[in-house]
Design a protein around this ligand. Sequence first.
Ligand SMILES: Nc1nc2c(c(=O)[nH]1)N[C@H]1C(S)=C(S)[C@@H](COP(=O)(O)OP(=O)(O)OC[C@H]3O[C@@H](n4cnc5c(=O)[nH]c(N)nc54)[C@H](O)[C@@H]3O)O[C@H]1N2
Ligand SMILES: Nc1nc2c(c(=O)[nH]1)N[C@H]1C(S)=C(S)[C@@H](COP(=O)(O)OP(=O)(O)OC[C@H]3O[C@@H](n4cnc5c(=O)[nH]c(N)nc54)[C@H](O)[C@@H]3O)O[C@H]1N2
Ligand code: SF4
Ligand SMILES: [Mo]
Length: 786
Amino acid sequence: MTAGEWLKTACNLCYINCGIEVSVNDGRLEKVRGDRSSPKSQGYLCNKATRIPYYANDKDRLTSPLRRRADGGFDEIRWDEAIAEIAARLRDIADRHGGKSIALYGGGGQGNHAGGAYASGVLRALGSRSVFNALSQEKTGDFWVNGHMFGSQTCHTAEDVHHCDLLFVIGANPWVAHGFPNARDHLNQIRKDPARKLIVIDPRRTETAEMADLHLAVRPGADSFLLGALLAMLVRSDRIDHAFIEEHTTGFADVKQALLNIPVEEWAAAADIAVADLARCVEMIAAAKAMVVRAELGIQQSTNSTLNSYLEKLLIMLSGSFGRKGTNQLHGWLQPLWGNSPNQTFAPTGDAIIAGLLPPNIFPEAVLIDHPDKLRCVWIDSSNPANTAANTKAMERALRSLELCVVVDVAMTETAQLAHYVLPASSQYEKTEFTLFNFEFPTNFFHVRAGVLPPLAGTLPEPEIYTRLAVALGLLPGDNVLAPLREIARDARPAFAAAFRTFLAENPQAVPALVLYHTIGQTLPDGTAAAAPLWSAAQACANRSPQAVRRAINASDEVADHQLGDLLFDTIVAARQGTAVTRHDYDDVWSFISHADRKVRLVVPQMLEWLARLDPKTALAPKEFPFMLAAGGRRMFNANQIFRDPAWRRDDRDGAMLINSNDLMELGAKDGDWIAVESAVGRLVVRCKVDDAMRKGQLALPHGYGQAYPASDGERLVNGPRINLLTESGNRDPIAGTPYHKNVAVRLALATEEEIRAYQTRSDRIHMAAVRRSGISGRAPDPHVR
Ligand SMILES: Nc1nc2c(c(=O)[nH]1)N[C@H]1C(S)=C(S)[C@@H](COP(=O)(O)OP(=O)(O)OC[C@H]3O[C@@H](n4cnc5c(=O)[nH]c(N)nc54)[C@H](O)[C@@H]3O)O[C@H]1N2
Ligand SMILES: Nc1nc2c(c(=O)[nH]1)N[C@H]1C(S)=C(S)[C@@H](COP(=O)(O)OP(=O)(O)OC[C@H]3O[C@@H](n4cnc5c(=O)[nH]c(N)nc54)[C@H](O)[C@@H]3O)O[C@H]1N2
Ligand code: SF4
Ligand SMILES: [Mo]
């Protein structure tokens, strides 16, 4: 690497993974700019990406494997010691209790999924079957609905925001959180074009809602009432697309009856929305030529979330906003990020396994329950559940009571503090990475990024960690056995597929992902060996959608179908800026539906029963806890648990709680004060910030705070609220088990003098250290949030 050279990679701060270029000097990542050659993001960048150096050059990295002592402290140990001890303990647990007592938690964050392929391969080979991750804290209700309506939980809706004339946003804030590529550009274009409209359903007048033609400031948690009333009005006024419904769906008569039963005025009142505003919404939907619905956590992490996802899909279907340019579609995949597991349950608790995943909300019970098949060991990679799963106290209790807990991370997280062993990974800029968050249609992109920095001394990239583990467990043959297969990969790619199959048949214990890493992986350009498991994905993708792959990679007619998978794979691993992997026709959408007749099932009996039982009285907050807290919103300066150094933030350094000025006045506090917020399970003292975009009675705390970081004297201080101290495991969806984080019933109190002093001092200490570290001198810590 030449000093000052710009190298191509991707942003790891949200799941859009924009293509970026970074300048590297003396082993440090110095500057970031958008990569104009990126086929997906074309140079786009948001405010967070310029702060990537705070992740890439973090001073508080793990640099040695750690083993926890009985007194709770940690000893640094050698890699070979750590791997040998962990392997022996894993084997012992599998022998005594069976592999099912071992679970994987995580496997990837916003920018890294390469490690997950290897982690799950090794654990599965031990007999482990349970997987927990962030998707089952947000999306599995949606996946369950998709399974019923489209025939498989891997059918997933894409949003053609680019071409819509009506963008309908429900419980999402794309100006801040993105969620679709180049979000701010699209929102700006829609705002400027009088022919294009924007509707937003959100209790808060967010940055996105501020740009809308119609903002419906729904009562928090009352979206089912709003969406139900809206659908009832669409049906009553016959503003629905009969031709679409007839041609592409089944079951309309039953759904129509269920919607006609809805008492519109009563439900609109429960949602606190004027019927006249709903009527305007109906007119806008009817006038649109191409509506696209964009929904996220505001309905997926709130009361009745699985029902919300169903009603959202009905809105798409009844208005015929599906399968055309500018509407919603289903999309293809290089490799599906989740599975399809209808009717599967986790025996110890009876909870549903959706998309192959178990919800973090049941993790404490799955560990603490008295059952022969309970979980006794968890392997955690790229996740910080002690901060990000519901009910921190219950989560910590469960993590502490495991027979074995291993954490693979770049930093000493709150979860790592509770583990028996901590293994230091190289960062996402020090190794090859890719993500499986590729949800675009008609053209879907994929980006394999090569490392741009050398691995930090003492760390290992995940494929190397899992190689060592697999070798110690006898799950990977020696190099003398692998070498011949590697030679075939190098010399005769067409013969490799058959040779690989034979190899696995002869070595049934071997972990396939690791075999690929050590064979075909070693033949790839720019050290991209970690991308080797994509070879199987590319073969499968080319088999499923040969025409779409041919178009995407401009394969000539001379390329035979059986060569297409290899060509796709070689194209992916060669393109440093990412590449298109499938380019579909809009009409291909129907082929993605798994039902044999390619029709969407409008009737999902459990959903219609749920709808019939909804009681508008439940929309009001309980008396004892009169405020509704959105525990975990996206802001300009939060990014999950990815940055730990508080200096990365330009504002909102304490992670303030947003509150309406009237509510604050009634409490007797003022802007910037420390106040206490109490739920049924916990209490937090937080900085408050007046925000009259908030509804009265609604509060919001940010996601992505609560990490400990060393102050100047080395003491680790927690920065900002650990919001899941307030959330309860049981406040979850009855079907998916996903948390209702957006609707946490709380009350407010004034903080004590002692608390105010303690929190202010802590904030000053951590931000003083941050200012010094970042080299910005002469700036005292800001006593108030800006
Ligand atoms: N800046 C930033 N961007 C991110 C992330 C980040 O940490 N920081 N994280 C990424 C990740 S992992 C995800 S999943 C996405 C999430 O992206 P979003 O879902 O768009 O983000 P949130 O801010 O969590 O929630 C969206 C909106 O829900 C609203 N809301 C709260 N309660 C309700 C309710 O009862 N009903 C309705 N209709 N709305 C409600 C909030 O006011 C908020 O505006 O963002 C991604 N992008
Ligand atoms: N109350 C509340 N809770 C929430 C949410 C909310 O809105 N409210 N949001 C939920 C959502 S949508 C999500 S997506 C989850 C996210 O929560 P998590 O699943 O915990 O994921 P991240 O916050 O992305 O944490 C990623 C971890 O990966 C580590 N890491 C970074 N790079 C690497 C690497 O290269 N290798 C390895 N091995 N580790 C690495 C980071 O240090 C960090 O510890 O939180 C959920 N929790
Ligand atoms: S939108 Fe997401 S991926 Fe793109 S620059 Fe911003 S944080 Fe990074
Ligand atoms: Mo997420």
